[in-house]
Design a protein around this ligand. Structure first.
Ligand SMILES: Cc1cc2nc3c(=O)[nH]c(=O)nc-3n(C[C@H](O)[C@H](O)[C@H](O)COP(=O)(O)OP(=O)(O)OC[C@H]3O[C@@H](n4cnc5c(N)ncnc54)[C@H](O)[C@@H]3O)c2cc1C
Length: 406
């Protein structure tokens, strides 16, 4: 299907002033998205994880888009990464979830906060696809309130031993490395670690396949049973793990917002194709004014959310140059929450309206828009629910003393 609502690479390049190597990332993303469409659809119908995703991305050198070139990545700034995820997002949020976790929550956490030795150890592999990251913050008893997490660590010689459960972890059963958050068994503060998933004591308890959507993305329940990690596997400073977790989510939320733009674009393309060919009451249904209202909704929301997402990305690029600047971080954090909140809601409502335009066929699991309807719902839950985003955005306006979610 011709993608009418996605600006051509040339057009984007002119508008935003992208360089040649940046444009080539978007070109590669378009090719990879085309290659992934069929396997994504087939695996969605089978309700199974799609193993083609890392393979295709690695083949097109897209596993390390924001990783610096000196570590084998493509060195993309956040804005380009967002444009890349927007293009991939047309294949659906299954692909986006894989990439967002591997890159925004995993690789960038190591790149931004890791030691030189950690960067050299993990990033070249991540850029090639030999290293795949998962991000383990959520636990059975700690979701919206990560400060209440119960995974613990104790000192063990020159390293540590970690014990606990991590719930609803994307890439959990396929990752080579987990960014795991834990608290000292006998003290306060949360610390981040890079755990090797092949280590003794790490196990995948269950692949969570009974989801209402997002079948092509792996989601797992993990157990850490006295897993030994070396001192060198501690990520960032001891006791500063939550700050690192939130910094990673700042990246992740922009990425989810970008992926949702792609979902809206695909909804628009699908709706255009269907409504200009389906005839009822003697004319194409696209000629009925109430159908045009759905088209107008999706298009206006897409354009509005684009600006929010690009603006958050530009602010993140500014912050990236000065990672210790707390005012910049707060600004980028606010904008990434706004972008994720608006884009995820718009993507879900766009998919709902697309289902409506498709009529009875839209309600079939076989229709492409039903996949977006089922998949996009999760974007209003993971990486911060709607409610947590609302509270976060409100307190960024009202001031920290009005924070309602701590
Ligand atoms: C498919 C999928 C993939 C995921 N991938 C990952 C992953 O890779 N890594 C990871 O760490 N986590 C992951 N998650 C977990 C996700 O981030 C959590 O589900 C989410 O943060 C919400 O936590 P919870 O499910 O425990 O809900 P709860 O925190 O129990 O919230 C339930 C409801 O209460 C509301 N609520 C809670 N506290 C407040 C408050 N103070 N004020 C108002 N309302 C409130 C919430 O908004 C929500 O509506 C994933 C989840 C899913 C579904």
């Amino acid at each position: 299907m011709e993608r009418l609502f996605q600006a051509s690479v040339d057009e984007v390049g002119k508008l935003i002033g992208l360089g040649k190597s940046e444009l080539s990332i978007l070109e590669d993303a378009d090719v990879a998205a085309d290659e992934l469409l069929v396997s994504e659809y087939e695996k969605y119908l089978e309700r199974k994880y799609n193993p083609e995703v890392p393979a295709v991305l690695a083949r097109h050198n897209l596993m390390g888009v924001p990783i610096q070139e000196r570590y084998g990545g493509r060195g993309a700034r956040q804005l380009v990464e967002s444009l890349f995820l927007e293009r991939l997002g047309q294949t659906g949020l299954g692909v986006i979830t894989f990439v967002d976790v591997h890159l925004c929550l995993g690789s960038l956490a190591v790149q931004d906060w890791g030691t030189q030795e950690q960067k050299e150890r993990y990033l070249p592999g991540a850029a090639k696809g030999d290293v795949v990251f998962a991000y383990g913050l959520t636990e059975p008893e700690a979701g919206s309130d990560p400060a209440s997490l119960r995974t613990t660590y104790v000192k063990d010689g020159d390293g540590y031993r970690l014990s606990g459960s991590k719930y609803l972890i994307s890439n959990g059963s396929i990752a080579t490395n987990l960014i795991a958050f834990a608290r000292p068994a006998d003290g306060k503060g949360v610390t981040a670690f890079v755990v090797d998933t092949s280590d003794k004591g790490f196990s995948v308890d269950m692949r969570l396949e009974e989801k209402i959507g997002l079948f092509t993305s792996d989601t797992s329940l993990l157990t850490l049973d006295d897993v030994h990690v070396d001192r060198e596997d501690l990520l960032g400073e001891e006791g500063k793990g939550l700050s690192l977790a939130y910094a990673a989510l700042l990246n992740g939320r922009i990425g989810i917002g970008s992926g949702c733009l792609g979902v809206m674009e695909d909804c628009l393309n699908q709706v255009r194709e269907r409504t200009t060919s389906r005839v009822q009451h003697g004319k194409e249904i696209a000629r009925h004014q109430l159908i045009q209202r759905h088209v107008a909704f999706i298009e206006s929301n897409l354009e509005a959310c684009r600006w929010l997402d690009y603006r958050a990305a530009l602010k993140k690029d500014e912050y990236e140059k000065d990672l210790r600047n707390l005012a910049l971080r707060a600004d980028a954090d606010r904008l990434s929450a706004v972008a994720k909140y608006m884009s995820s809601r718009s993507a879900f409502e766009s998919a709902d309206r697309a289902v409506q335009c498709f009529g009875g066929f839209g309600y079939s699991i076989m229709s492409p828009v039903a996949k977006h309807f089922l998949d996009s719902r999760v974007a209003r839950i993971y990486e911060g629910t709607d409610e947590i985003m609302e509270l976060k955005i409100a307190s960024s306006v009202l001031g920290r003393e009005f924070e309602a979610y701590r």
